[in-house]
Write a protein that binds this ligand. Structure first.
Ligand SMILES: Nc1ncnc2c1ncn2[C@@H]1O[C@H](COP(=O)(O)OP(=O)(O)OP(=O)(O)O)[C@@H](O)[C@H]1O
Ligand code: SF4
Ligand SMILES: [Mg+2]
Length: 341
């Protein structure tokens, strides 16, 4: 009974998801020589109306998770339960209906809006595809959506090039809202924007979340951005989630050395504390997702690595704290880079 109550609050429940891309060689006779293990057996869930921040450096698999959830890719293995139904295996009409509920916003508002169409037709397109009313009704709703995202409805017949980066991202948000989705996957939605407009777009996303009870998967390589928007934060390294916790707990009491290193790079607004911040520079590059290191996949760069780390993969298990999970043999020794203050 208790389990049913808990799962009813979950909008998205991802279980043991794998997304491998085959690497082929040969021109006429192609054969598979290996796999890019972009997402390698990950599990997480998001409660309705909440935001999960997904962070990690370039190439860790964040975008691949987003694209797999919206079924731009068919998962190699695992389940993507959306309101209890498995998005990973549904087909045809069920997939078509489910896609309305899950929308994605991309990093680059210049590339994601086709320059040959007016912004009105770009926002209206999904509503025409899903036959959500007459032409007049859809136009009226498009104007309404423009004002919801803080743009003037009179702009409806203008073209994308007439808008700034921040305004274009508002247009992309209006398009994502057109079908009344429940879940929005925002993939680095402010990374391409000037610092001065980032806060405006983040505030817009927060306001819309409250107004429409939206659930967000918010992807970013920047922990300081995620801190402003997320309720929980998941940290990815080389295709795996290595730590997940409530936001404040993750920032104040990390349990994984990789999270600690990422946190140490986040500037702190208070100059007194900022002076004492310990910076941890990780040596080496992210290893290839075709050749995952043995044992703990972070051992080639981890400042705390011991012999066991090279041989035994640490379990992703519950740690001290509220719903706090991490994968490290020595997690109890991990301290916050600002904990001594
Ligand atoms: N369609 C694809 N075919 C083959 N490999 C892919 C494909 N898409 C992604 N990859 C590989 O999967 C890994 C994860 O890529 P992904 O784009 O998900 O990372 P990311 O965390 O979003 O990085 P970034 O911060 O740069 O956006 C990378 O090694 C990438 O090269
Ligand atoms: S298991 Fe070892 S290598 Fe991996 S993060 Fe923990 S200390 Fe570092
Ligand atoms: Mg990406």
């Amino acid at each position: 009974m208790a389990e049913t109550l808990v799962s009813n609050q979950l909008l998205l429940d991802v279980r043991n998801l794998k997304m491998y891309f085959p690497v082929t060689r040969g021109i006429i006779f192609q054969h598979t020589v290996g796999n890019v293990q972009a997402v390698d057996d990950i599990s997480f869930s998001i409660e309705r109306g909440q935001t999960l921040g997904l962070v990690g450096e370039s190439g860790s698999g964040k975008t691949t998770i987003g694209r797999t959830i919206v079924r731009l890719y068919k998962p190699t293995a695992g389940q993507i339960l959306f309101s209890g139904q498995d998005m990973g295996t549904i087909q045809d009409d069920a997939l078509w209906q489910m896609r309305r509920q899950v929308q994605m916003i991309f990093q680059d508002p210049f590339a994601s809006l086709n320059p040959r169409f007016t912004i009105g037709s770009l926002i209206a397109e999904p509503m025409h595809i899903y036959k959500m009313g007459t032409r007049q009704e859809i136009r009226a709703r498009t104007e309404e959506l423009l004002s919801v995202v803080g743009l003037r409805p009179e702009y409806i017949d203008r073209y994308p090039h007439e808008f700034s980066g921040g305004q274009r991202q508002r247009i992309a948000v209006a398009r994502a809202l057109a079908l009344n989705p429940e879940l929005i996957i925002a993939d680095e939605p402010v990374s391409a924007l000037d610092v001065s407009v980032r806060a405006q777009v983040l505030n817009l996303l927060r306001r819309l979340q409250r107004e429409f009870n939206l659930t967000y998967l918010f992807i970013s390589h920047d922990l300081s951005v995620v801190r402003h928007v997320a309720d929980r934060v998941a940290v990815m390294y080389l295709g795996k989630i290595v730590e997940i916790a409530d936001r404040d707990e993750l920032y104040l009491a990390p349990k994984h050395p990789y999270t600690r290193a990422l946190l140490s790079a986040v500037p702190i607004p208070d100059p007194q504390i900022e002076k004492k911040r310990q910076r941890i520079i990780l040596s080496g590059d992210l290893p290839s997702p075709m050749k995952i290191p043995t044992g703990c996949r972070f051992h080639t760069r981890c400042p705390m690595a011991q012999d066991i780390c090279r041989q035994v993969e640490p379990a992703f298990e519950a740690k001290e704290g509220h719903e706090h999970y991490a994968a490290c043999h020595f997690s109890e020794q991990v301290t916050s880079p600002i904990a001594k203050l």
